[in-house]
Design a protein around this ligand. Structure first.
Ligand code: SF4
Length: 212
């Protein structure tokens, strides 16, 4: 007996903020799943939500209903995604809130296109549930402020990121991320991930250019 293969279509649910779902979000998702008979809903490792397996016609209708462009343009002067743990507001171990800083980093507009994807992981304490040492930009909360890490990667060639600074306030952190990424985008070759860039440049050279 042969089985029909699932269509390999997928569509993101817009507006899901670092995987935090309200009752309204859940009701809207349920409504869409029922309406389109969506075969699979996937929460990704990046804390986003994707609808999978719709027939192309249905997929097109869903994309239209969600107001998504048919082929989303990649905004290369922004970070690719921000992943954040529940932080102090929701977790008993958290020493800092993660929500407002996640939003501020998501909204950062840089001076030009980034060489490659930049993924951000924000952890509300040193237990580091968002694997911040293995993201392009990692933040780890300490009682005296944020530790800022750059150049980590968890893919085929993993790398532990380098610590740029610590004891930072929210505003100082966002400002330093902006400086770091602007330095990266003006110095790295196109398609060089931050991990490979840091192997070439080194933390001391980066600090010289980013820290005043
Ligand atoms: S990193 Fe810390 S604050 Fe965040 S979810 Fe894990 S234990 Fe909680």
């Amino acid at each position: 007996m042969t089985t029909k293969e699932n269509p390999k279509t997928f569509c993101p649910m817009p507006g899901i903020n670092a995987g935090m779902l309200t009752l309204q979000d859940l009701e809207r998702i349920t409504e869409l799943v029922r309406k389109y008979n969506i075969p699979m809903v996937k929460v990704t490792g990046a804390q986003r939500l994707f609808f999978h397996g719709l027939e192309p016609e249905k997929h097109k209708e869903l994309v239209q209903e969600l107001g998504l462009p048919p082929k989303p343009p990649h905004a290369r002067n922004r970070v690719h995604y921000v992943q954040a743990c529940p932080g102090k507001n929701w977790c008993k171990f958290g020493v800092k809130s993660t929500e407002s800083i996640a939003k501020a980093i998501n909204g950062l507009v840089l001076d030009g296109p980034l060489p490659y994807k930049v993924k951000v992981g924000i952890s509300g304490c040193r237990i580091c549930c968002c694997e911040s040492w293995m993201r392009d930009i990692g933040l780890v909360a300490e009682k005296n402020g944020w530790r800022l890490i750059f150049g980590g990667n968890a893919a085929g060639k993993p790398r532990i990121g380098d610590l740029i600074a610590e004891g930072l306030s929210d505003d100082e952190t966002v400002e330093m991320i902006k400086k770091t990424l602007n330095y990266y985008l003006t110095t790295a070759k196109y398609k060089t991930r931050s991990a490979r860039f840091m192997e070439r440049v080194g933390i001391e050279e980066l600090k010289k250019n980013v820290l005043e």
